[in-house]
Design a protein around this ligand. Structure first.
Ligand SMILES: Cc1cc2nc3c(=O)[nH]c(=O)nc-3n(C[C@H](O)[C@H](O)[C@H](O)COP(=O)(O)OP(=O)(O)OC[C@H]3O[C@@H](n4cnc5c(N)ncnc54)[C@H](O)[C@@H]3O)c2cc1C
Length: 581
């Protein structure tokens, strides 16, 4: 799974967003297609705009500029805001940049816009020559009065021509990157996992190039993120991106009844119950809500969804439910420490900001083991992915892809990828799937002709220059190795709890899982330093008021339903703790 960098060097640019007036170019907000007119004579400029507005104002935005430079600036802003230019009307004789020069440059930004030149009679020769140079659709002789006869028929014809192109405004966030760029993947994965709709363009695609040009950047400045408001971010950090696409990243206060760390099913379950029961609640998630479950293409065994539910859908509903009850949900904020300060439990974010609460619920789940073989680290995000089947699946169309792992998560990914890829090979170390995967998935895999299970197999190397090109596989039985061509490898090889940062704060088992309740009572003794005259509650850790729920908890059942259940139960125990203290 890709992790957006938190602190690497980056540049961020924000274009001037004084969109209503750029010099004297007037650009309106909204996503109606634009009719743009440019004339250096303010009187003529206003008159053309007035006439255009009168006839087309209901369906089109009329934008006017008084120089080619201003008009281009307006077009760049429009490009970044996802607006489209339908018709460009340019005066021929303008100082600095004449109408032809303007139209030529405008074509680079809006090649589908239809183009007309306003000329005086004396300039008709130049206009005729321009028909080839800038692929001019029309020229209009000044004056164009009455517009009903001379202007509108031409503009209406141009609009008809433009409509035939089918060009549409874009209201989503846009991302320009390279197919084989780990940072581009991280941005897309982050947006997808946070349910932020986005349009993906490579820097090689014409529209990708146009967006880069409109932002004044080149193909080295990727990934470029352009928000629907036209804000541009180059190679943003997760927090920066989250804040710009409308996700909350900042707590509204500094003291809560409960802080929930981790936004998987356990954390979201806890947030829904805590907020619905009137507790001042904040949930802090370092990446994207949903946790592991959010990456599941289809959860088929969660109660109440007989036809299955995607992790993304379940997460979206849970997040909305938590919001509805008033829980704050912070995204892209990692927690680095928890401290006890008298009766408060203080949570410190990775950037040093602190919030305090009466109680903390730790729901940090588990993270995938990394594939520890030569080449794997370098190729992560460049064809080798940890649990990101959903984001990359469409790019696998027609390809042979590999999935490593024998548990349900790998099985689900294989089934999901089989809808896109030519063939999916599931690499498992055991002799088959029976001991590690649910029966319903094994049956689905058997019934899917383009999913092949390769038992006794381990990946021992990954190779490729710019992206994954080959895998080296080893057969356990005879040690035979084989190098196979591969552009995609999805890794699901078990997971470890995300608790290193809690070392020395709360008790953990030898594998790092958090010990709670009865598990803390070794030989009937309460944990060292336990200050209260009662045993720890069932989901309470070795420090009073700090609870654990879900996969991160020692001896928990690693399932969505149990994680949600533990989240709810933890809140009951929070109430009990608050009542007693
Ligand atoms: C691909 C896949 C498919 C699955 N399918 C199924 C299924 O079909 N049915 C089923 O029952 N189970 C399934 N599971 C298992 C199930 O998803 C997990 O048991 C469940 O998600 C555990 O929930 P959790 O909230 O305890 O932890 P997680 O889901 O692991 O969530 C923990 C969250 O905490 C965040 N976090 C970690 N550390 C920090 C920190 N320091 N600061 C802030 N945030 C932090 C993480 O980013 C993460 O979002 C699947 C798992 C995977 C990976």
């Amino acid at each position: 799974m890709g992790t957006l960098h938190q602190g690497r060097d980056r540049s961020r640019c924000r274009l001037s967003l004084v969109i209503r007036t750029i010099g004297s170019a007037v650009v309106a907000n909204g996503h109606k297609p634009v009719l743009l007119t440019v004339d250096d004579d303010p009187g003529v400029s206003r008159a053309v705009a007035r006439d255009l507005r009168r006839r087309y104002g209901q369906d089109y935005r009329v934008v006017r500029a008084e120089s080619g430079r201003q008009a281009l600036e307006a077009l760049r802003e429009m490009k970044l805001r996802g607006q489209v230019a339908a018709v460009l009307l340019a005066d021929y004789r303008m100082p600095e940049m004449n109408g032809l020069e303007f139209l030529e440059q405008a074509m680079d930004l809006f090649p589908h816009a239809r183009r007309a030149l306003l000329t005086a009679y004396a300039d008709t020769d130049a206009a005729i020559q321009a028909i080839n140079v800038v692929d001019l659709d029309h020229y209009l002789l000044k004056p164009w009065d009455p517009p009903e006869e001379k202007l509108y028929p031409v503009v209406s014809a141009l609009i008809e021509l433009w409509r035939a192109t089918g060009e549409k405004p874009v209201s989503a966030t846009q991302v320009v990157g390279h197919r084989w760029s780990a940072h581009s993947f991280e941005v897309r994965d982050f947006l997808a996992r946070n349910s932020v709709p986005y349009r993906w363009l490579t820097a090689e695609q014409p529209e990708g190039r146009r967006l880069l040009e409109a932002a004044g950047l080149d193909a080295t400045s990727i990934p470029l993120v352009v928000t629907p408001d036209g804000d541009t971010l180059v190679d943003p950090s997760a927090e920066e991106l989250a804040a710009r696409v409308g996700l909350s990243t900042t707590p509204t206060t500094d003291f809560y009844d409960t802080v929930i760390v981790g936004g998987g099913p356990a954390g979201l379950g806890a947030a829904v119950y805590a907020a619905s029961e009137g507790l001042r609640t904040v949930l802090v998630e370092r990446q994207a809500t949903g946790g592991q479950a959010g990456q599941s293409s289809r959860i088929e065994n969660y109660l109440g969804f007989p036809d299955g539910v995607s992790g993304a859908q379940l997460t979206d509903r849970a997040r909305r439910q938590a919001h509805k009850f008033g829980a704050e949900v912070l995204t892209a904020r990692g927690v680095a420490a928890v401290e006890v300060r008298e009766s408060s439990r203080v949570v410190r974010f990775t950037d040093g900001v602190e919030i305090a609460a009466h109680t903390v619920v730790l729901a940090t789940g588990v993270a995938y083991h990394r594939l520890d073989v030569p080449g794997a680290d370098r190729l992560t995000g460049l064809g080798l992915y940890y649990g990101s089947a959903a984001t990359e699946a469409p790019a696998c169309a027609g390809e042979d892809v590999y999935v490593v792992g024998g548990a349900n998560s790998a099985g689900q990914a294989a089934m999901f990828l089989s809808r896109h890829a030519r063939r999916v090979t599931l690499l498992v170390r055991a002799d088959g799937l029976e001991r590690s995967m649910s029966y319903y998935l094994i049956r689905q895999i058997r019934e899917t002709p383009n999913v092949v299970v390769r038992p006794y197999t381990q990946v021992i190397g990954a190779a490729g220059d710019e992206h994954l090109e080959q895998l080296i596989l080893c057969d356990f039985r005879d040690g035979r190795t084989e190098t196979v061509p591969a552009s995609y490898l999805f890794v699901f090889i078990g997971a470890a709890p995300c608790t290193d940062w809690l070392d020395g704060v709360v008790a953990r088992d030898p594998k790092g899982f958090l010990l709670t309740g009865p598990d803390l009572l070794a030989g009937g003794q309460r944990p060292a330093g336990w200050p209260l005259d009662r045993d720890p509650y069932y989901l309470e850790g070795s420090v009073p008021g700090i609870f654990a729920a879900g996969d991160v908890r020692a001896n928990s059942v690693k399932r969505v339903a149990s994680a949600v259940g533990e989240g709810a139960m933890a809140i009951q125990l929070v109430h009990r703790y608050l009542e007693a203290s």
